[in-house]
Design a protein around this ligand. Structure first.
Ligand code: WQD
Length: 342
């Protein structure tokens, strides 16, 4: 059985990716420092898949610890690297923590992979590297612009580091996956997004408002040049995203790559406004959400959605789940989690 190391595998996208990997027969080892996620994710993954990934607690910012961790699993066929801080606003307030954590963890991981000859690497990138796109849909050839936040800049710099590594080591095969807006939860309702503190992102704020944890959702601006004035994003079901990572692992392990540094957008190609997401959430879950329109949020992009052509033609992957499935699964998880913890 091919072993895959998933760094940050206790996090939202990482844990869902572990489920997709285990369901496809991969052996999964999770590296996580548990700074931003709980080891409870491992129990949830086991409940869903009846297989328990090994959890290796490690702070990848610590070079010696990172090397020791990878040495323990140097027979891994591939590594998926999720381990990073990801809150845009927090990165503006604490840039050095973001550069230190996100870049040192990546660099130490790459040093370890080179040392042990683990040549297949998948990087968790973000559509945020496109900044305010000149045109939509955004393709992988769209210009990568000045990052909107230190968080976004760490993703941009990381991709530059990765490209340099593939130039110096032809054996190294890398796929960078640029996520648009991951939302939703596994259909079992046994795992999902669990942000620390007040959610920055739309969907967890919606579900926590519906659950009564938050008083009211603020809709950040309705004066954008869009059909209803609210900003447009390409929301993608987290399980579609997870399954795309399995396709990427398979591509690397079976050496199907056309070149050793590939970049793919992971979106649905469909843009929805904030009000459309709210409407879908209310209709699918048969409830009324308490929200009000407020000012725009600084740094928000008016409209961004993906071209999915490259992923579909080259990876043979496209998102299958629609917005209704995303908003239903998000609420299903929130309700289950609140019941578990009431
Ligand atoms: C979506 C839309 C907000 C909250 C960021 C990062 C990206 C990725 C996903 C990590 C926007 C509006 C939001 C709220 C609102 N992060 N909104 N009220 O900003 O598109 O992307 O998170 O990988 O890299 O850039 O996502 O969910 O924060 O916002 O009206 O309480 O919802 O203005 O239009 P975003 P988001």
């Amino acid at each position: 059985m091919s072993k895959v190391i998933v760094t940050g595998g206790c996090g939202y996208i990482g844990s869902h990716t572990c489920i997709a990997l285990l369901s496809q027969g991969y052996e999964v080892v999770v590296f996580d420092d548990l700074s931003n996620a709980s080891k409870e994710s491992i129990d949830r993954i086991e409940k869903i898949t009846e297989k328990r990934p090994e959890l290796y607690r490690v702070d990848l910012k610590d070079k010696n610890a990172a090397i020791a961790a990878f040495e323990t699993h140097k027979d891994a066929m591939a590594v998926i690297h999720f381990a990073a801080y990801k809150a845009v606003k927090e990165s503006v307030e604490q840039p050095l923590q973001y550069y230190e954590n996100n870049l040192f963890s990546l660099i130490n991981t790459l040093i370890a992979l080179q040392k042990f000859g683990i040549n297949n690497f998948i990087f968790s990138s973000s559509a945020t590297v496109y900044g305010i796109p000149k045109t939509c849909p955004v393709t992988e050839k769209s210009p990568v612009s000045t990052a909107f936040s230190p968080y976004g800049n760490t993703k941009k710099i990381a991709e530059e580091i990765l490209e340099d590594c593939t130039h110096s080591n032809a054996e190294f095969s890398i796929i960078s996956l640029r996520y648009f807006n991951p939302i939703g939860a596994h259909k079992s309702g046994k795992i999902g997004e669990l942000p620390n503190g007040i959610p920055n992102n739309l969907m967890p704020y919606i579900t926590q408002t519906a659950a009564g944890i938050r008083e009211q959702l603020m809709v950040f601006g309705n004066d954008y040049p869009t059909k209803d004035g609210t900003a447009i994003r390409d929301y993608i079901h987290v399980m579609d995203l997870a399954e795309a990572h399995v396709v990427a692992v398979d591509r690397l392990i079976h050496q199907k790559q056309e070149n050793n540094f590939e970049i793919y957008n992971l979106g649905t190609g469909i843009g929805y406004s904030v009000l459309e997401v709210i409407k879908a959430f209310e209709t699918q879950n048969n409830l009324a959400l308490n929200y009000k329109i407020t000012d725009r949020r600084k740094g928000d992009v008016p409209v961004v959605f993906a071209s999915t052509e490259l992923a579909s033609q080259t990876l043979g992957w496209s998102a299958k789940r629609d917005l209704n499935s995303m908003v239903k699964s998000a609420w299903n998880w929130e309700k289950n989690y609140r019941n578990e913890n009431s």
